[in-house]
Design a protein. Structure first.
Length: 203
């Protein structure tokens, strides 16, 4: 009888030692909750609104628009940032810049800078006046609906193909603008200027 009891006790101890401990119910709940949260899909971000261009009433044909101003130009020429072609490049900004264009029958140059305390048209013209250029005659004032433009004819001594031209200066906003053209015929620059200013606007 003692043997049977001892054997039963040994079997009972063996069964108890082999049985896995009871699982922690709270730990199982925590694991299940974190697995559920990880499997949940994230919210889809709201779509970014697509910017659509606003309607521009001015025809963009033959129109240069950048640096918060626009100006017309002939169809066969394109205005290029002169500072970007330097080494090292000094690209134009809103405060200051120079553009140019050249073809076999026309040279254009334009510059702008922040306005000083007083407006001096000839001082602004000196920004792009070349030593080979001579001012001719007196300065003319062209009165436009939103601008007063000062124009002066020039001759170019080192140009045989484009010996004539003109320069103009005006203010718009808080900037001074200057424009120059070399042309093959006398008087042609003034007509080009009027055409360019017909499409001019600034911010």
């Amino acid at each position: 009888m003692k043997r049977v009891l001892l054997l039963s006790l040994v079997i009972l101890l063996w069964v108890v030692s082999c049985t896995a401990p009871a699982p922690d119910l709270q730990a199982q709940v925590r694991i299940a909750v974190s697995a559920t949260l990880a499997a949940m899909p994230s919210a889809t971000p709201a779509p970014i609104p697509t910017p659509y261009p606003t309607y521009t009433p001015v025809s963009l044909a033959n129109l240069f628009c950048s640096y918060r101003f626009c100006i017309g130009h002939p169809q066969d020429v394109y205005l290029i940032d002169q500072g970007a072609r330097r080494n090292p490049p000094i690209p134009s900004t809103y405060d200051y810049g120079v553009l140019f264009s050249y073809s076999a029958s026309l040279f254009l140059q334009m510059a702008w800078t922040l306005s000083g305390p007083s407006f001096d048209p000839q001082g602004v013209m000196r920004l792009i006046l070349d030593p080979a250029e001579q001012l001719q005659g007196g300065m003319q004032t062209i009165v436009l609906p939103t601008l007063n433009v000062f124009y002066q004819p020039i001759t170019v001594s080192n140009q045989s193909v484009l010996p004539f031209g003109g320069m103009a200066a005006w203010q718009c906003g808080r900037r001074d603008f200057v424009w120059k053209a070399y042309t093959p015929q006398d008087g042609m620059a003034l007509e080009l200027l009027k055409e360019a200013l017909g499409r001019f606007r600034c911010e």
